[in-house]
Design a protein around this ligand. Sequence first.
Ligand code: AMP
Ligand code: MG
Length: 342
Amino acid sequence: MKKNIVAFGALLVLAFSVFNISCTQNQSVTSFQAMNTFMSVKAYGKNSEAAAVAVQKRVEELESYLSTTNQESDVYNLNHNQKASLEIHPETYNLVRFALNIAESTGGALNPVLYPVTSAWGFTTGEYRVPSQSEIDVLLENVDFSKVMLEEKGGKYFAFMPDKMMLDLGAVGKGYAGDEAIKILKENGITSALLDFGGNVQTLGLKPDKSEWKIGIKNPWDGSVACGISVSNKCVITSGGYERFFTADDGKKYIHIFDGKTGYPVMNDVASTTIVCQNGIYGDALSTAMFVMGAESSIKYWKQHRDFDLIVITNENQIFYTTGLKGKIQFMHHFDQVTLVE
Ligand code: AMP
Ligand code: MG
């Protein structure tokens, strides 16, 4: 099978206009590898270096609960001991509960138990393949996320995974880690920072020159910047079909975001979805879910909720953006259709 793997990772969203910092400003840039991606913390202020080191430690701690491959992690234990209810860390519990809530509100577009499906397609190992329909049919018998049981008892937290069901918090973990990172930066007195956790951008305060951060959304077709958004104290989180994919012998491109109803990688009208909102965990969950839902359903979801902003770039070179971004968005790419959704 022809493997044609492109990992854009940290290049998903490009931050720009952040380099014009005065020389008198204390600034630190810390980069590290965690949660299977490249992460960077750019922080300004006296304590910025120590704060960034604390962020890295915290992200590594979270990864130790949430990793699907670390044999000590809660997620690994739940995935390999499905017969018993297991005590888990309160943060794992909260993250699973959050993912299950969004799974329910998006009609299963976000589905945190697709690990056996993504594994069968090789996305967990890089050994890409197209499973047979009968193999997919069997896997689909175990993707009913409503069967995951959570229980809080006497200040302890437990989860139970039915047999053959496996968790994957890859669609929400980085967003939560970003929220924790922002908390740590604030505790360390930092008032201006920009995080890029594998394309999840989260901003703290304004830039040191008191202007808003300008965050670039990647053009899904050539990697250039399609549009820029001005934000402060917000996250800008994108899910894109171009981030990770392989091309199979049938010539088709199969991406890393899956439709839990078909067991196939998503193949709809969307090239990328971006969420702009206060919380990284919410933005991360929704960027994945809105990608699965496609343009029409994701806009409908936005109209029902309106507590985030949404940008959808379609495969037909159209862009839809919601009303909170009015005056905040700048286009660098020529779209055939630009629609403000109100
Ligand atoms: P993101 O990059 O945040 O959109 O998350 C994509 C990752 O989430 C994938 O690499 C999988 O690990 C996992 N995933 C894929 N499809 C789904 C889905 N429909 N719901 C939840 N997680 C998913
Ligand atoms: Mg996500």
